[in-house]
Design a protein around this ligand. Structure first.
Ligand code: SF4
Length: 348
């Protein structure tokens, strides 16, 4: 493996179950150094703007959504969104990621109009992650558009990124247990393929710590590596974060940092066709920085995200403390420009 050969699913299972933390660290660092210096630690300051919490998908792990007509549901106007964006510009944010729900009022045309306007107003200053693959799929379905048609419309409106969010654990057994109303795995990859075909960049994501089995986690990686192998232009990054168990129907507990680091190392080792592996400050705060010694090379510092905060995440208000902590670990965090390699070879 240190010589560069791939591991298979059985080997991933064996490593996860039996390897020591030190062994996983060594192997993950070996794969990281195929792409980066071992101490590589780039970061970006970003904010997640939650434009609506209305959703009909009804995932049991979600603390964020409200059904249509349920008290507490909201849909922000363009003016409200612009006010939020401008407040984040004042905080020197480089990237805004939009995340909402499966809101039956929002068709592709609504997103087209919104992103054309935001692109005109702020495109010179900010990078936008317009939506997640999951939201995109729903908007295409209710607009009666194919995924390719929907993606082309958004690309023409200036959308450059639709990120892989909403993936959680991409195996159908998990989806049936927790998220029947969202999509099937084959459908998800069809949508992501259409997004890439329309020259919109995308990313890969995963969330762990629900009740998924090790076989389901590895199934997620297997299908993802296969999908990535098929791309002419590979997706630039993979991000794994952790489930937060508060205020939802599923409940449970949050996995330890040690478990997160073990899994992050397996992701780095298994996903040898991803250049960038990102560690999750959003859900692990400063502990996530330890992931930079377990194969990760990058992290976002989020300033806001209602979805994870409602499920129990605590966002560090002073992001300099995260950077100070990284330096205390012997790292030299380097700001990465969201614009540096646009549109295709940068990462999100
Ligand atoms: S996770 Fe997303 S799709 Fe599922 S219920 Fe929550 S907002 Fe809706």
């Amino acid at each position: 493996m240190l010589a560069g050969e791939r591991i298979n699913a059985d080997q991933a299972k064996h490593l996860y179950t039996h390897a020591s933390l030190d062994e996983l660290q060594t192997l993950a660092t070996a794969v990281k150094t195929r792409y980066h210096q071992p101490t590589c630690a780039t970061y970006l300051v970003m904010a997640i703007v939650n434009y609506t919490n209305v959703c009909i998908a009804n995932c049991d792990f979600c603390a964020f959504f409200r059904f249509p007509h349920q008290a507490g549901g909201y849909l922000l106007s363009t003016a409200q969104l612009c006010a939020k964006i401008e407040s984040f510009i004042d905080l020197d944010v480089d990237l805004i990621a939009f995340n909402g729900g499966f809101n039956p009022k929002l068709k592709i045309g609504n997103y087209e109009q919104l992103f054309a306007e935001l692109h005109t107003r702020y495109g010179h200053r900010l990078t936008f992650f317009a939506m997640t693959v999951a939201e995109f799929m729903f908007a295409c379905k209710i607009s009666k558009l194919s995924y390719l048609q929907g993606a082309k419309i958004l690309r023409a409106a200036g959308v450059k990124w639709i990120t892989g969010g909403g993936a959680e654990v991409l195996v159908d057994s998990f989806r049936q247990r927790h998220s029947k109303g969202k999509y099937s795995v084959a459908d998800y990859y069809d949508a992501q393929q259409a997004i890439l075909a329309a020259s919109i960049s995308s990313t890969a994501t995963m969330v762990i710590g629900f009740d998924e089995t090790l076989a389901e986690r590895i199934g997620h990686l297997e299908r993802l590596r296969e999908f990535q192998d098929q791309q002419d232009i590979p997706m630039p990054s993979f991000l794994c974060w952790t489930y937060k168990p508060e205020n939802n129907r599923l409940g449970g507990y949050e996995i330890t940092t040690a478990e997160y680091l073990r899994w992050l190392a397996i992701c780095r080792i298994y996903l040898d066709n991803f250049k960038h592996i990102r560690t999750s400050v959003l859900t692990k705060n400063a502990d996530a920085l330890r992931g930079l010694a377990f194969g990760a090379d990058d992290f976002d510092i989020p300033l806001a995200d209602e979805v994870t905060e409602m499920a129990g995440a605590t966002i560090e208000a002073d992001y300099q403390r995260i950077l100070t902590h990284a330096r205390q670990l012997g790292l030299q965090p380097t700001l990465r420009s969201a614009f540096a390699n646009m549109p295709k070879s940068t990462f999100a």
